[in-house]
Design a protein. Sequence first.
Lengths: 302, 531
Amino acid sequence: MLVPTLIGVTAIVFSLMHVSGDPIRLLFGPNVSEEKVLEKRAELGLDKPIHVQYWNWLTRVVQGDLGLSIHVQDRVATLILARIGPTLELTILALILTVVIAIPIGIISAMRPYTIVDNVSRFVALFWVSMPYFWLGIMLMMVFGLRLRLLPISGRGGPLWTVDGLRSALLPVLTLGLPPIALFTRLTRSAMLEVINEEYIRTARSKGVHEVIVVVRHALRNALIPVVTLLGLRLPWLFGGAVITETVFAWPGMGRLLVNAVMERDYPVVQGIVLVIALLTVLANLVVDFAYTLIDPRIRYG
Amino acid sequence: MKKGIVLLVLMGLLGVVLGATAQTQRPMVTAFQEEPDFLDPHRTTRFHSLVVLSYVVEPLLDMDPSFQPVPLLARSFEWSEDKLTLVFHLKQGVLFHTGQEMTSRDVKASYERYFRLSPLENYLGPKYNGITEIQTPDPYTVIFKFATPKPLALYHIADAHASIMPADWLATMPDEEVGVKGLVGTGPYRFDRWIRGDRIVMKRFAAYNHAPDYISNPGPAHAEELVMRIIPEAATRLAEILAGNIDYTFDVPLMGYQQLVANPNLQVYMAPTYSVQYLVCNMKRELFNDRRIRLAIAHAINKEEVVKGAWFGIAFPLYGLVGPGTTGYWKGVEEIAYAYDPEKSVAYLEQAGWTAVDRDGVRMKDGKRLELTLISFSNVDQWRRAAEVVQAQLAKVGIKVNLALAEVGATYDRARAADYDLGIFRNTWWMGEPYLTFLTHSVNIGSSNFGQWKNETIDTLLDLSSNALDDVLRRDAFVVAQAIVVESAVWIPLAVNVNVVAARRDVGGLDELFSHPWQPPLMRALVLYKR
């Protein structure tokens, strides 16, 4: 399914990109004669019918060449390689943050349903989900960056393993990681509530197994299946959130590259990024499938 | 006990992360809203690219504060009697960042590349009967031979697009890699690195010493390192300026202007620039062939209100299509521009037969409502707000305006297809004659003449203003062209942008910088310093 999916996604995006806007006009601005625009269009093969352009792009991609950006005149692969690292830093850390906070809260809520602990944890989780990325990012920046001067306001301070890199990543990761907590908390809670009343849990408890082992080994493993499924599905969502977060925090990631490329009708860059995101999504779903087998050994793929 | 130790270690780590601050000397930091596309002077058409690359490369001439071309890489120049030969004597000892001396060979190679690649070049090159031959009799003399006289040649030569790069370096670089993989010039800063989406870093070129006389510092630049940060989001840029992390920036978010002015740690300067915004009537629409309709619109527009509503008052009303920061500006447009006078506007509409008014307050004629579509750009707040203010002002005289705001690509598609009644556009160019030609000459219908109007008088005057050998005739032709454009009411000037600079209190040199009408990048590089 991988190849048809990729072809389908890129063909649709390629067609939609051609609905309006001329990349050469956008590149040159209004003060350039029509003659020079036509010359450049012919030079880049943009005067050919759309299906020919798509076919040319596809044949180049098969040979490992993503082409040259129309707008910034650099290799698309070079541009993506330079920007994918910072985006993956944000998305992976945000995903870890979400999981590390949401799953324990979900378990605690399920173990003590309708108590004050459950209500408070659900309120806290819902508090974050009701905040748009954009607003949350600006608020965090204003409080921790501008008022308290504890963290950098924007920019990427360096690789993540450096102090400056870590400091600069904190606010964007919080912005991207906090809002989905409610979703995962509620999912974990409901999955745990379903499992916790199963007979095998009661059996384990009656055999005197320690409560932590009952919860973690017996209940949580079974409750994790829907949570892991959702984690896989969240990846494209995270890229969407990263576009906004990267813009707010001037983070040099792939999201901003994509937005600029769409605005400039830089077809090769848009196509390249769409291809990478589609590949990452497919890959994430593959990882989820393998994770099923680890969580539940009864699941086997032929 | 164990738990306590773990907690202490974690708290310690958090303290390190939160408390760590850079101890090293900070470079001069500036911020840009938009990232350059590439830094090749011969190929780019982007304003931000031109600003950034002007720190690194230089043309033969520069423009002084009175708009006169003055030597930069050239020591002197002279025209032949017939204006067909222009001789440049180059400064000796000017070094490229590679350490190699700049000579006539580099000028020839750069000009040939400029003519071959520049999308904006439409005046100097052989294709336009301009320079057909470049002679280099010795390393410090360049002779340009023209096919026909080009009276504005010096202005075009002073344009940073015609910058000089080393011939040997250009020979080794594929065209598409110049300004992408590197950039070499003679400017006060040398290109160090570009982290796409994040920053461009430049280092001071210690051997620089040839600034034009109007700049107090001949070189080198004061700051050893210059960091140009790319911060697209206005709120983020504002927060960085307020926090003192940006030494100076020309990309000041207008929404925060008052906050910046009130901040004792900052200094804010502003001056008109050469970027103008205007409302235009599409003359391919039959309605506008009736001049009274155009006059009604012109008199219904309150420019001061547009400036206040769209630019928060941080702009100036514009009376002619050429702004005060542009060469050839004629101040007389202020006298002849149509004043805000809604009563006159209504009178013109009634004379044109739009006498009835429906229950929504929209004027009618022969059962047809006076309803117009206005296109502009949705992605820039000022343009969106300007469109809304114009919509409200025209509603007051009974003209219903439907806004069709879209992002740049889609709006330009509609503009070129002449699929609109009214439009709000912007243009930026410091040379008056080519600029007005872009906007109003009939050869640019379908590209940048959004009035879609062919007026032979304007065409003739603009041709004269670019090509007449007699200086007085050229100047007069340009003045008359400006007057006719205003009187036509096809183009209704709205506002001229201002250059607003917000800088930390410890940044010096701003007074000198603002003595030049457009604060050119070369001056920014050389006169700004940190106390």
